[in-house]
Write a protein that binds this ligand. Structure first.
Ligand code: BV8
Length: 238
């Protein structure tokens, strides 16, 4: 057991090696001409609910066909090795769950859940047709249960994420460009509270200069080094 309280923040980069394109990857095929940040908004859904629903349908099929990679499995194993562990994910796929992670806070929701755009309640069993299905209770459009740009995150989830970031010994950022707020503020919250900050990313990010350790490599090889690095940090803090 490594005597450390660890918080991990993951972004699209951890799912890249599972074949799921990141937000900054050029979108492929039919979606190449669309900017994800334009489509992932309430305005886009209000303007063209069918187009946005079809985009999410394409992404749902993509992530359903993907498999968790060794970085997802490595974080699920790490959760059992340390004293306390919280996984904060910006991703809306289900790969962390399918890899066995338990203590997960989904900061931006999950595209495999659908909710009524009027009542906000999660609705199961809709058919995956092209135009958005309608809520069986009120007839409103159904929408993906995700947080769009310009929408507030769930207040309880964000509060919990901020609390855990401010209490942890080590904060690990994996595969995120650290550009989307308020999630991108969490590593800074941890650092200010005295946590050691580790970044795993193939590229430089806004976070890199603040990190105590930068593993400039893919998530799969970076996560494989975490147990050794945390053992070293655990001995130092012990
Ligand atoms: C909010 C769900 C209050 C939907 C997502 C101006 C300044 C600051 C903030 C703002 C601003 N204007 C507006 C804002 C607020 C805005 C924001 O932060 N905008 C940014 C772009 C400037 N934030 C919001 O709107 C949030 N809400 O603030 O509410 C409010 C209310 C009203 C008005 C104003 C404010 C809501 C944000 C949530 C949006 N929803 N997802 C969906 O997915 O469809 S965000 C979405 O984009 C993803 O979830 C993800 O979080 C984000 C993309 O980021 P990453 O995950 O980091 O992915 P990315 O592609 O960017 O990077 C991948 C990284 O991986 C790269 O660094 C790459 O190098 C690396 N990588 C690639 N391969 C690998 C790898 N690393 C390791 N291994 C590899 N193999």
């Amino acid at each position: 057991m490594i005597d450390l309280d660890v918080v991990v923040l993951t972004g699209a980069g951890i799912s890249a090696e599972s074949g799921v394109p990141t937000f900054r990857d050029a979108q492929t095929g039919l979606w190449a001409r669309y900017d994800p940040q334009e489509l992932a908004t309430p305005e886009a859904f209000a303007r063209d609910p069918k187009l946005v629903w079809q985009w999410y349908g394409w992404r749902r099929r993509l992530t359903a066909a993907a498999q968790p990679n060794s970085a997802h499995f490595g974080l699920a194993a790490l959760e059992r090795e340390v004293r306390a562990f919280t996984l904060l994910t910006q991703n809306v796929d289900d790969l962390h769950y399918r890899a066995g992670s338990v203590s997960v806070l989904e900061l931006h929701g999950n595209i495999h859940r659908t909710r009524c755009s009027i009542e906000g309640v999660v609705v199961e069993g809709h058919d995956e047709d092209d135009a958005p299905p309608q809520c069986p209770a009120c007839g409103g459009w159904l929408r993906p249960d995700v947080v769009w740009f310009g929408e507030m995150l769930d207040a309880w989830i964000l509060g919990e994420a901020e609390r855990r970031a401010s209490e942890c010994d080590v904060f690990i950022s994996v595969g995120t460009s650290a550009q989307v707020y308020p999630a991108a503020a969490l590593p800074q919250t941890a650092k200010r509270a005295g946590a050691a900050l580790i970044e795993i990313n193939i590229d430089d990010t806004a976070l890199s200069s603040h990190a105590d350790y930068v593993l400039r490599e893919p998530a799969t090889s970076g996560v494989a080094q975490l147990e050794g690095l945390l053992n070293t940090l655990g001995r130092r803090s012990g």
